[in-house]
Design a protein around this ligand. Structure first.
Ligand SMILES: Cc1ncc(C[n+]2csc(CCOP(=O)(O)OP(=O)(O)O)c2C)c(N)n1
Ligand SMILES: [Mg+2]
Length: 335
């Protein structure tokens, strides 16, 4: 009998189909956001495209009923896997009152949803890293069997917050998984102008934790290394630094044009590096997906994307009366 890679990792056929659907949902929502932006309907997009395998592979390796995630702005795949809905995502894109992240205050990509243990982040990159260490410290002090999972770009791994958070987690052996989504650009700055060492994962040794660089185009490779990191964290063996190598398919954001700084040949090759197409190939090769199933999945996803767009476009904006909500503590009676 031939064993498949996913079966060896303890994943069922349905698990990998669920992974694929989540990746595809992230992609289709993202593509819709660009259309809406170019049509002048939503102000801003920051994309997950090219990084879905790293995000979904990692999220599936966590305990999605218990663990805490501290995503960065590209992590649509992570937050969908942790329970955000297409409507939630679109409500955020349109800045509507029902947006679960910030009730329409924040730019899209600032994910946060208490019920799904998605911890809100700030616009200054990497501030989520010390927060992940802090939540892991609380979990350890309370003997709470949870892991925190925090992501960031490779450019952001040069910020002080990364080094402080990683050092603290290493010293105190905290249950944190640090995952750098290395898409090899920080806006227009290429990797060779960002770091002096060869790999971001080389930094792990300085903080007393294991470090791994893996193919972030392969959700199964990411699943495996994140699962092992989560097992170590739950066993009291401390944090892990993972570097998932990815490609950024789109411009940095809807306010950027990557054709001005990335060579044409590099952009032309992105199709070959597309994790959705690569994973689809795996599913076909292992007879898990047929063309009928593929078109059913595609249809069902587009139905949800259309529903979410329609719902969010017609939803109410926040009432201006609520402007100061979540900014100042409410005035107490009699003061
Ligand atoms: C502290 C801080 N400096 C600069 C910025 C502006 N900024 C936003 S995203 C970004 C690039 C980050 O690149 P990287 O960490 O590689 O993530 P990527 O966008 O490539 O996924 C910069 C410089 C910011 N938000 N915060
Ligand atoms: Mg980057």
């Amino acid at each position: 009998m031939v064993t498949t890679r996913h079966a060896e990792l303890g994943l069922s056929d349905q698990d990998v189909l669920d992974m694929y659907e989540t990746m595809l949902m992230a992609r289709r929502l993202d593509e819709r956001m660009w259309l809406l932006n170019r049509a002048g309907k939503i102000p801003f997009v920051v994309s997950c495209q090219g990084q879905e395998a790293a995000q979904v592979g990692a999220a599936f390796a966590l305990n999605r009923q218990k663990d805490y995630v501290l995503p960065y702005y590209r992590d649509l795949g992570v937050v969908l896997a942790f329970g955000m809905t297409p409507r939630d995502i679109m409500l955020s894109g349109f800045g509507k009152a029902e947006d679960p992240n910030s009730a329409g205050r924040q730019m899209p990509g600032h994910f946060g949803q208490k019920k799904n243990r998605i911890v809100t982040g700030s616009s200054p990159v990497t501030t989520q890293v010390p927060h992940a260490a802090g939540i892991a410290l609380a979990a350890k002090m309370e003997s709470n069997d949870l892991v925190t999972f925090v992501t960031f770009g490779e450019g952001s791994s040069n910020q002080g917050d990364f080094h402080e958070g990683a050092n603290f987690a290493g010293v105190h052996k905290l249950p944190v998984i640090f995952m750098c989504e290395n898409n090899q650009y920080a806006i227009s700055v290429p990797i060779e102008k960002q770091i002096a060492c060869e790999r971001v994962s080389d930094r792990a040794v300085g903080y007393g934790m294991p470090g791994f660089t893996i193919d972030g185009k392969d959700p199964l490779a990411v699943f495996q290394v994140v699962k092992e990191a989560a097992d170590r964290a739950r066993n009291g063996d401390g944090p892990t630094l993972i570097e998932a190598m990815t490609h950024r398919i789109t411009s940095h954001s809807s306010d950027d044009d990557q054709r001005r700084y990335r060579p044409e040949e590099e952009l032309a090759k992105l199709q070959e590096e597309d994790p959705i197409l690569l994973f689809k190939q795996y599913l076909y090769e292992n007879n898990l997906l047929t063309s009928e199933m593929e078109s059913e999945i595609e249809k069902s996803i587009m139905k949800q994307v259309n529903d979410a767009t329609e719902y969010a476009e017609h939803a109410a904006y926040p009432d201006p009366e609520t402007l100061f909500q979540f900014v100042y503590a409410p005035e107490k009676q009699g003061e």
